[in-house]
Design a protein around this ligand. Structure first.
Ligand code: GAP
Length: 512
């Protein structure tokens, strides 16, 4: 097993052992691709959400936040295109009875060829001193052949999907000799389209007209409220509407822990602009969102842009911010220039005008939209997978530490009386009472101080305040910092200021 696979397994078991993530309804053997956040997970998730909200809403005077309902009028999803086009092409292997996404099978095949190119490049880079990668990619016969193969597969697949030709999609799988990873056979069914929305019934009458959907994205709640917010907030273009909330997709290939879930949380912002200015905003938000991710300090080389070559029919530019998860670079956030597709369709389906009247030019128009959309659960996974470390310490032993940015830690301060008597617990409680109005604080009295430090390291607590007998004598305590493990003695009346300086969210926000 590779180091990355080992690490990913550690992340999953650590999540459970320390109350970050549990499988949903675990006592009934769980529900596939659905997860619950435990006591520490809920805090970390909330802190990530707060950081996003403050960066997007609080720091931009032309962005406001809303909280739209999960249920929406069913016509919403007709207008948005989700009823007709939010599909995955599925294929079953008749021997293993396993179901796959046809596009994923083809993508994985392409990824294997890409891997071969990468290996050729690595080999050549080691061999030649002044290695010119660009020239190598253009001229090495084997690499050129691989690249041509990839282009041919991609363009054939793109055309098949655009034509809605599912027989051709199956033929590609057969021609590439893709086998089922379980049965090892090529005994495939035909490819079918499968809609990803969860449907349910509104009220007691169960007929087609009462079918409503669990929203598959939060964005539509923003579009249908565009005019309400613009008018009541007296917003002038360009302006943004932000929202965080649950979204639901009946994912068929649901795996990699919380990376692809059936119930997940999105943090989205729709930025309404004058038509013709959307590319400028698109570039702005691409860079602003990348800066936001990098402010977390996980390493700039762990992020990259992936520009979409195959654009959705409503977009005129789109890219992903990819993050290097333990299973490789994968999409973390999408930035999309969605033109006026959504507002125009909602106008048409609702019969209500969704336009902005510019009082200066006296023009009325449907704004264009640039969207930023990040999955909170994926962000959580990126954070946990990067922060979790096992390191050797001075006494030769090992410790597990969550190297979280201080402001994101579930517990900011642990207050630890050395013994459970002599007035030490009472003093600890006094400190907790001073800090608890601003921060999540924990007081721990059980076990040796070493064990208590280890437990706090494992959940990422940045500061531990230890109360010893000297604290009673001269009114000083020690503060231990998680990463350096250094301790400093400080007077009781300095604690609040030190904590404010080291763990507040504003220090992260100021870096943006
Ligand atoms: N409104 C645009 C939209 O929904 P998307 O690329 O489908 O775009 C945006 O989703 C983000 O939502 C993704 O970048 C990802 O972080 C997250 N996401 C999408 N599907 C997910 C799933 N099944 N589980 C967890 N996160 C998901």
């Amino acid at each position: 097993m590779s180091n990355a696979e080992d690490h990913f397994k550690n992340v999953i078991s650590h999540s459970k052992e320390y109350g970050f993530i549990f499988q949903s309804s675990e006592i009934y053997d769980g529900l596939s691709a659905v997860y619950d956040y435990g006591q520490n997970g809920a805090e970390l998730k909330k802190n990530l959400r707060d950081y996003w909200w403050k960066a997007m809403v609080q720091l931009h005077d032309n962005i406001v936040g809303i909280d739209a309902a999960i249920f929406m009028h069913p016509t919403t999803w007709k207008a948005s295109g989700h009823v007709d086009a939010f599909n995955d092409p599925l294929i079953d292997n008749k021997d293993s009875k396993k179901r796959y996404r046809a596009d994923v099978l083809i993508e994985e095949h392409v990824a294997k060829i890409e891997d071969k190119i990468r290996k050729e490049v690595e080999k050549a880079a080691k061999r030649f001193e002044n290695f010119d990668q660009k020239l190598f990619l253009q001229t090495n016969p084997r690499v050129v052949e691989y690249a041509e193969k990839i282009n041919s597969i991609n363009s054939r697949f793109k055309k098949a999907m655009e034509d809605g030709n599912l027989d051709e999609v199956k033929q590609i799988i057969l021609d590439l000799e893709i086998v089922c990873p379980i049965s090892g056979t090529r005994n495939w069914t035909d490819v079918r389209q499968f809609n990803l929305m969860f449907a349910t019934q509104l009220g007691s009458v169960s007929d087609e007209s009462s079918t409503i959907y669990l929203r598959p994205e939060t964005a539509q709640g923003i579009f249908v409220n565009f005019l309400n917010v613009q008018k009541t907030g007296r917003m002038k273009i360009p302006f943004g509407i932000a929202q965080t909330g649950k979204a639901f997709r009946n994912e068929i290939v649901a795996r990699q822990f919380i990376f692809r879930m059936r119930e997940f949380e999105q943090m989205e912002m729709q930025y309404f602009v004058k038509p013709g200015t959307e590319m400028e905003s698109y570039e702005y938000w691409k860079n602003a969102r990348m800066r936001w991710h990098q402010s977390l300090g996980f390493g700039e080389n762990r992020y990259r842009f992936h520009n979409h070559l195959k654009l959705a029919h409503y977009a005129n530019a789109a890219c992903d911010i990819e993050f290097e998860f333990p299973f490789g670079f994968k999409e973390l956030e999408g930035i999309h220039s969605r033109t006026d597709f959504d507002l125009k369709n909602h106008e048409e389906f609702s019969g209500k005008k969704l336009r902005f009247f510019d009082p200066e030019t006296k023009e009325s128009y449907i704004p264009y939209v640039v969207e930023t959309s990040v999955g909170l659960d994926r962000l959580f996974l990126a954070t946990l997978a990067t922060a979790l470390k096992t390191e050797k310490i001075e006494d030769g032993s090992e410790r597990t530490v969550l190297n979280l940015p201080h402001a994101l830690a579930p517990v900011k301060v642990a207050v630890l009386p050395l013994v459970n008597k002599d007035g030490l617990p009472e003093l600890a409680q006094k400190i907790v009472d001073e800090l608890k109005f601003d921060y999540q604080v924990q007081c721990e009295e059980k076990d040796t101080i070493g064990k208590r430090y280890r437990r706090q390291d494992a959940i990422g607590t940045p500061l531990c305040i230890t109360i010893d007998h000297q604290a009673i004598e001269d009114g000083t305590v020690t503060i231990r910092e998680r990463d350096s493990m250094t301790q400093e003695r400080v007077p009781l009346n300095a604690i609040k200021k030190i904590v404010d300086e080291r763990v507040s969210l504003s220090s992260l926000l100021k870096k943006l």
